[in-house]
Design a protein around this ligand. Structure first.
Ligand SMILES: Nc1ncnc2c1ncn2[C@@H]1O[C@H](COP(=O)(O)OP(=O)(O)O)[C@@H](O)[C@H]1O
Ligand SMILES: [Mg+2]
Length: 247
């Protein structure tokens, strides 16, 4: 289970997550929705071990073990993966080499690494995402369109096969065909050993992924949790509905 327990986070002395609790068990997909600036990315980055966030109080655990104070690579080895809202460019490092290095680091170099098997799997996954083979030899995110960056994040996830994933607005910048491919890729990971937190403020992705639980975040707190009906209410009434305590 991925558990966030009464978490309070600050950045630059400003509280951005304020007493947030959430439990995500394997087999479940949870959606996190909320206005810009609500604290969604801050929550995601803190779970991943981003050094800029100070944990003022509370805890984050992965399978019962706290991630507080751990480095991002240690948290990744615990089975966690964050698909970034704004992935960084790494000129000179190709997509294929980056993913290969990440896989090797994850395995601690313990398993021997077969290049033929690696490329076979890489091309299979790229095919699922509608990516040309040549994409793998481009520099990571360097000159990528918004949609290409997001697909590249999903490609990394499919290759690393994490247990817990946070998708931070992975749908932004995608056209409808890419959105369907990304949704299909997320759905293909769904099983008893996988759990996901899908952060979005678009409803389209949620229609395809159909989360088991939906949480609305406002000012760093969960103000509403429930099922898919929350999405319908959001479509009909907007966020004011929840601010006003609507059910
Ligand atoms: N590096 C930073 N320095 C200062 N404030 C930040 C920083 N990053 C985010 N914030 C602030 O934290 C709040 C939450 O932001 P964020 O978590 O990105 O929200 P969301 O992802 O829900 O749009 C915002 O008020 C934002 O301005
Ligand atoms: Mg964000």
């Amino acid at each position: 289970m991925l558990a966030v327990k009464n978490l309070k986070l600050s950045i630059d002395k400003k509280i951005v997550v304020d007493g947030l609790s959430l439990e995500i068990s394997t087999g479940e997909v949870h959606a996190i929705i909320g206005k810009n600036g609500a604290g969604k990315s801050s929550l995601a980055k803190a779970i991943a071990g981003h050094p800029d966030y100070e944990v003022v109080s509370g805890d984050i655990t992965v399978d019962g073990e706290s991630v507080i104070g751990k480095q991002p690579d240690e948290i990744a080895r615990m089975g966690f993966f964050l698909a970034f809202q704004n992935p960084v460019e790494i000129p000179g490092v190709t997509v294929a080499n980056f993913i290969r290095a990440a896989l090797q680091a994850k395995e601690h170099g313990t398993t021997s690494f077969n290049a033929i098997d690696f490329y076979k799997k890489l091309y299979e996954k790229m095919d699922v995402l509608g990516m040309e083979k040549s994409f793998s030899s481009r520099s990571l995110n360097d000159g990528f369109s918004g949609g290409e960056r997001k697909r590249c994040e999903i490609l990394q996830m499919l290759m690393l096969e994490p247990k817990y994933v946070v998708f931070d607005e992975t749908d932004s910048g995608l056209d409808i065909d890419a959105l369907k491919m990304v949704s299909a890729a997320i759905n293909s990971m769904r099983n008893r050993n996988f759990a996901a937190m899908v952060i979005t403020h678009h409803n389209k992705l949620l229609e395809y992924v159909h989360p088991d639980f939906v949480h609305v975040i406002s000012d760093g707190k969960i103000i509403k949790s429930g099922g898919f009906e929350i999405i319908r209410n959001l479509e009909k009434f907007g966020y004011q509905f929840f601010d006003a305590g609507g059910q």
